[in-house]
Design a protein around this ligand. Structure first.
Ligand code: SF4
Ligand code: SF4
Length: 307
């Protein structure tokens, strides 16, 4: 069977997905269902038609070619045939097929010429998602191939995959961008659909094996951003990980995710519903600074773009 995966976005010259200049590949499929998901179109590893509100000029052409879309561009019934007529007719490119298949060789071909930027900036390639670790056969082979060609790789992961997957990738990956959303297991389950036992155990496994780790903490107002939340993470990093990480990164709330919701992104059997969280504002610089001080009190280096 060909070793290929669905990738829904490739970001060149990225500067927020690890050190230096990077090319980031976003893989489809995720085991979690975070209430604040930033890439909801990637949750299922299936064909999807995405809708970008900002690009839509309201011409109504997609409605003309498809009797299944109503005047608000929503799917009338859960019955999209993925025929692609609406994509083809949308000159504004507001409707697009959400993913393309790539093999490890395709990835190498794309990034080979970018090595000059990686080398001069200590950058490389990042794999994100969705959850890239779900596709461990593809990921292991791709990261191995990149290493063989002198290109460093980072794995952006939620950690909710079997430990055996980390055992396989460990000899090849250069860096892990590892999410901790919440230490309380019951609330973690309530907010993401899964408790965090496996996630924290995998993180311990990586530190015990001297992996390079940057912990990333998404700050969702009222869900993950209390001082108690951050204190619990600081204590876990010190007591359970012996501070064997490079640093923690605090990620302020991003309001843009909400614009992807609203029943216009289509799978064959359902559409993406409304954003489940209320309208919220990003944290202030002062508050992020207070959270950073809590982590620093545990001997942890902290970075946040808003500081
Ligand atoms: S999605 Fe595309 S085709 Fe449909 S109304 Fe918007 S711009 Fe027109
Ligand atoms: S892909 Fe789905 S929504 Fe688009 S034209 Fe075909 S049936 Fe209609």
């Amino acid at each position: 069977m060909e070793n290929k995966v669905r990738i829904f976005d490739v970001k060149h010259y990225a500067v927020h997905d690890g050190p230096g200049i990077r090319t980031t590949f976003f893989l489809m499929g995720c085991p979690l269902r975070c209430l604040w998901c930033q890439n909801p179109e990637s949750q299922k590893d299936e064909t999807v038609i995405t809708f970008t509100q900002m690009k839509c000029i309201g011409c109504g052409k997609c409605v003309e070619v498809c009797g299944k879309l109503d005047r608000n561009l929503q799917l009338l019934k859960a019955s999209c045939e993925m025929c692609g007529k609406c994509v083809k007719t949308c000159f504004a490119q507001a409707r697009q097929f959400g993913s393309t298949y790539y093999t490890p060789e395709d990835v190498l071909k794309i990034v080979k010429d970018e090595r000059i930027f990686f080398d001069s900036s200590k950058g490389g390639v990042t794999f994100s998602g969705g959850e890239c670790m779900l596709h461990i056969d593809f990921l292991t082979e791709t990261v191995r191939l990149l290493k063989e060609n002198g290109i460093r790789s980072a794995i952006d992961t939620c950690g909710a995959v079997p430990k055996s997957s980390f055992e396989r990738i460990l000899p090849y990956a250069d860096l892990y961008l590892y999410d901790i959303k919440k230490i309380d297991p019951a609330l973690h389950k309530e907010y993401t659909g899964m408790d965090n036992t496996l996630i924290l155990e995998n993180l311990k496994f990586l530190t015990q094996n001297d992996a390079n780790i940057i912990i990333r903490i998404p700050l969702i107002p009222g869900y993950t951003d209390s001082k108690e939340d951050i204190d619990a993470i600081g204590r876990f990093v010190r007591d359970d990980l012996n501070n064997k990480i490079i640093r923690c990164e605090l990620l302020p709330y991003n309001k843009l995710a909400a614009s992807k919701y609203g029943n216009k992104t289509i799978w064959s059997d359902y559409t993406l519903g409304d954003y489940p969280l209320p309208e919220m504002e990003p944290q202030s610089k002062e508050y992020i600074s207070e959270l950073a001080e809590i982590l620093k009190s545990y001997g942890i280096e902290v970075f946040s773009e808003s500081l």
